[in-house]
Design a protein around this ligand. Sequence first.
Ligand SMILES: [Zn+2]
Length: 385
Amino acid sequence: MISQLAPLVEAQLPGAVALRHRLHADPRVSGQEEDTAAAVCEAIGLPGEPVAGTGRLLRLGPATGPAVVLRAELDGLPVPEQTGLAYASTSGVMHACGHDAHCAALAAVARAVAEVALPHGVLVLLQPREEAAPTGAGDVVADPAFARHDVRAVIAAHVQPVLPRGVVSAAPGAVNASCDELVIAVRGRGGHAAYPHRCDDPVLALCQTVAALHHLVSRRVDPLDSAVLTVGRLDAGTASNVIPSVARAHGTLRALDAETRRVLLAAVRDVVVHTAASYGCEGTVAAVSNEPVLRNDPGLSGLVAPLLVELGLHADTRFRSCGSDDFAHYGAVAPSVMLFVGVDDGSPGAPGLHDARFAPPDEVVGELAKAYLAGLVAALGTLPE
Ligand SMILES: [Zn+2]
């Protein structure tokens, strides 16, 4: 099947690159992707049906029975573009995470797949709101438009600047981390800066709390496991001579293992409550759980690797990171694999994902399409004749 489909996909690439330029020039932020979804559907030649609000779901092949899902994300980011590309966006919104290339590659594969007689259904999922919480994948899974299909596998491909061009990584097991957003509040008596003994000083208590939180990963996590806790924002006070009554820290907790995540979340609460208490303050934590751990199905990722090689790509099985992606939600539905497609051309200081200068070359659309194709053929091969 792969030798039949590969040339058909190849023939679709010039059109896919033109689509990529159109999507890139006119991006939409999370939750406002109607025009992007419509442009991709028009390129594929099918209307599809709405899913999770601004997303679309298109079915190819048999209308009923088992199906394999190919997913691409629709949204851009609120980043003013600085790539200098001829087709750069000028609206203050940018495809800085490669979703334009993902959609274009998936359109090429969908058009190729539509030319052959498929043994099973293929669901093209144009997913909204990957970049903003609450993310779209959870809503897709809960939407009857998606849930009524007999989904047997879910495949995604994502550009990855850490990997060289031509390399596609399909590591088995955990490849992206769970993600919990934390808001830590420390409250106590405020007052005059010159009378700290009459106050509790939430600012100092919060500073000690943040420092103590940074010991958790090094002391509570197995050194062979991975997790990260970053505090990226502090809010406190209004003047240099006033001790405020509340101070807040905002952070993110990532872990590659569900039990590690549970242990760390409990430990964060202990540190916040007890450190604040030792300063006479009250500490609280509000945690918003965004994504679970993204686990690639070991069997399916093993089947993808030789197909990638057959398509002329270098298959790798090492890439993992504490990034997070809402693709993790599909793992609860069916065996799923996220394929990381290298875009590093060796130029020093090349911009990474979400950078205003991130501009992978058009050839990456072809490499993404091959990754989707390898994932699709591998997944179809696991279904009964
Ligand atoms: Zn992305």
